[in-house]
Design a protein around this ligand. Structure first.
Ligand code: SAH
Length: 229
């Protein structure tokens, strides 16, 4: 009997500190994502699985499942959950896919892609963010994600061509090296427009030497920056 109360207290503290916000994630998926029309089962599952609260600064943990972007330092943000789900669905991901992401940020979008596709490559231009995200993804066991620091404008040629490319920073035009590294029949989702204004999320589909584009949604992304030479 003596040991029962300390034991219960211990269990209480362990479960308290290991709060994993499962219910909040369920609510996020139901109310923010499914309700707005995202249907892909693998995408919805990934959004239920990936612990967004482990990708935000500790002061933002209580807001991790809110319906919006959050600051992650260095003037950058982790995207709104719905936009992550929407972009992931838009590339029509399949288990055999190799996907390139430009703008690792917190690593959240890469983590969402990880259980859905075969390989994920992600590039971040801010070294501190890129290093922190790479360590986080490793620690959390996202083994099929490879991250590097660099200017995503040039893509990651050694691992290409890619079935899909997800760009998570706003650019005025599609960087030609990214289109080159896309497979024939591949899809790229990319916010196009001026920085600090509403941009348009575009779906680019490569067909032979041509590419078709389709405007999908008005969005606000942080700017696509370039490495200073
Ligand atoms: N996908 C991220 C959100 C990223 S915000 C997430 O899930 O958390 C956009 C990111 O793109 C920022 O971290 C920014 O530093 C990065 N970025 C901007 N221009 C870039 C470039 N040319 N190459 C690589 N990353 C870039």
């Amino acid at each position: 009997m003596n040991g029962v109360i300390p034991c219960l207290l211990f269990l209480f503290f362990v479960s308290f500190f290991q709060e994993d916000y499962k219910e909040k994630r369920e609510g996020m998926v139901k109310l923010q994502i499914e309700k707005r029309g995202v249907k892909d089962a693998a995408v919805l599952n990934a959004m239920r699985q990936v612990k967004r609260h482990l990708f935000v600064p500790s002061s933002s943990i209580p807001d991790a499942y809110n319906d919006g972007p959050l600051p992650i330092g260095y003037g950058q943000t982790i995207s709104q959950p719905y936009i992550v789900a929407y972009m992931t669905e838009a590339i029509k991901p399949k288990p055999e896919y190799k996907v390139l992401e430009i703008g690792t940020g917190s690593g959240y979008q890469a983590a969402v892609l990880s259980p859905i596709v075969k390989e994920v490559y992600t590039i971040e231009i801010v070294p501190q963010l890129g290093t922190a995200a790479a360590n986080r993804l490793k620690k959390l066991g996202y083994k099929n994600v490879q991250a590097k620091i660099g200017d995503g404008y040039y893509g990651w040629k050694e691992h290409g061509p890619y079935d899909a490319i997800v760009v998570t920073a706003a650019t005025e035009y599609v960087p030609p090296p990214l289109l080159e590294q896309l497979k024939d029949g591949g899809r790229m989702i990319i916010p196009i427009g001026s920085p600090f204004m509403t941009q348009t999320l575009m779906l680019v589909e490569k067909k032979g030497k041509k590419a078709t584009t389709k405007s999908l949604l008005p969005v606000m992304f942080v700017p696509f920056t370039r490495e200073k030479k």
